[in-house]
Structures are given as C-alpha cells and as structure tokens.
Design a protein around this ligand. Sequence first.
Ligand SMILES: [Zn+2]
Length: 340
Amino acid sequence: MLEKLINSFFVVVLWAYLGLLAGCVAPIQHYQKFVIVRNQKPQATIIVNRQASKDEMFAAEELQNYIRKASGVSVPIRRDNEEFSGNVIAVGRNKININSNLRFDRLEREGFRIKADQNGLSLVGKDDAGTQFAVYTFLEKYLGIRWFWPGELGEVVPRMKTIQVGPIDDTEEPDFKWRDRGPGGALWGSSTGPTEMHARELLLGVSREHQKQVELWEKRNKWGGMKIYGGHVLGEIFTPEKYAKTHPEYYALVNGKRRVPGKDYNYKHGGQICTSNPEVIKVTVEWVRDFFDKHPDYDAVHITMNDGLGFCECENCRALDSGEAIKEKGINVEVNFRTF
Ligand SMILES: [Zn+2]
C-alpha cells in the first residue's frame, strides 16, 4: 500500500515537473534566433546606407571586426543599393531601418535602438554617435565583449563558433548628457581639441598613438555626450606671444610685479591673469565668441584658472576676496574667478 502511494506520488510529481518544463520551454522552441555565424560560417550581411557617413561606416566595421575576433569569420558589409544574401544586420540610417517602425528619430541625442528577431537585426541611433553606441552596446550586452582599458590588451572577446541572438528589443537614451573625466587635455580624455593647443598637449609626453587608443576606448564605453572645450585655457586665450609685450597688465600682479609668462611657460601652469580687468574680460568674451564661430558643433567652453599659484593681487582683485574659501596670500581664488 505504502509502495503504491510512493509510486503514485512520484508519477504525480513527474507529470507536474514535465508539465512545468513544457510550459517553460514551449515559447522558446517556437522562436528561431537570429543567426550571424553558424559553426564558423557567416550567415549574415551588414547593410549600411549607400551614402553612409564616416562614423556609420566605422560602426559597421567595428561590428564586423568584433564578430571576426569572436568567431574567426568575417561577415560582409554591403551598401543598401547593392545585392546581398543571408540574414540582414542593418546598421545606421539605411533604407531597411528607415522603412522600419523603429522610430529612432524620436529618440534623444545619442539614443539608439537594438532590435533582433528571426527576420533581422537592427542597430540604429538618433545620430551617428547613437548608431555607434548601438553597435557597442550590442557587442557588450549580447556577445559579452568588454573594453577594460585602452588597447587590445584591455579587451575581452569570448570565442564563439556560433553567434545567434534574440529576441531583443532595446531602446536606450543617455542618462548623463556629458560623460567624460575632464573637459580636455591629453591626460584628461579627449585630446582632439580643435585648437592649436592640441600640439602643445603632446609636449606633456602622451604619444599620439596612445591618445588615439584612449579616444577609441572612451567611445567603445559610450563616453562623450556634450562637446565641451576648455579647462586650463588661459594660455590659449592670453598667449604671451600676443599680449606679453603689448599688455603686461593682463597678467597677474604678484608681489607688486606683473608676472608675465616667460620662455618656460607650458600654457597650463602659472600664467594667471588679472580677472578684474575689464579688458581681460572683453578679450575672453571675444575669444569664446570666435571659438563658437569656428566650432559651432561645440556646446560649451569651460574656462578656469591655470594650475599652480601666482594669482593676481591687484587692488581690484583683492577687493573681490570675501575671505570665504581657498586663500592664497589673501586672494580668494574661487570668488575671484566666479566674478570673472
Ligand atoms: Zn588683478
């Protein structure tokens, strides 16, 4: 009797288990994944617009490159007016994505969509940056690729003989409008400053090749956002070549003497200015206006005092000292600069 009971108990449990299993598995069984590579044979083609921008093309090449690193095989890239075969990976604003219902134009700046089903894979952004982020997010989130530090040594690419994904329906927009370690400078992030200052950054000893690697690493990790130029830009605005002889009064008065930058000036350290001088403010405003005229793609310019000390001790600058914050020989740098 007991044996019978135990047996029937196991039968019931077994049926319940199988039923549960069937319930879990059933929807997946009906779904076919989107296949990019099967057993190291390419199954898909990357499609870009016939007039793809440089950045869109780069996004497609990065995708191709990492699929090859992961699987050992290369999937072709074709323009949307060319013949192609196999599954479609539509990257950026090509006719496949434009004619879809992805509505990527409604996204915020740098937003993107990733959609995969058995019919295709779409990686498209509101703009070129968004399309690049769609590719990098796809590689990171769905293929497990990571970029821990600049250069190939910092990469982790899981090896896969078969790459298949889906279903995916991902929409992302940046939570932070500006994603960077600092507003500029070779050691601080983007070194592609649009002005002559870039050449001077190289004097700090960071090679151009390393700077390129850092830029790429930042892009792959979706840094960027608002374009802000500046930081310690006093050397750029008040170049001694332009003002040392003609306007020494633009520079800081220290111990009763104007500290005009000399030959050893590296444009980042020292070389402080007299921020209370109305002419100095006028020169700065003109420089900022000129910057935006020449670089309308920038959102902001950031101006701060140079590194090091030697702040202006003239009567007007001293008058701005509220005694509230950082003091250097009686000069409240914070209030002084905020007023400027
Ligand atoms: Zn002053």
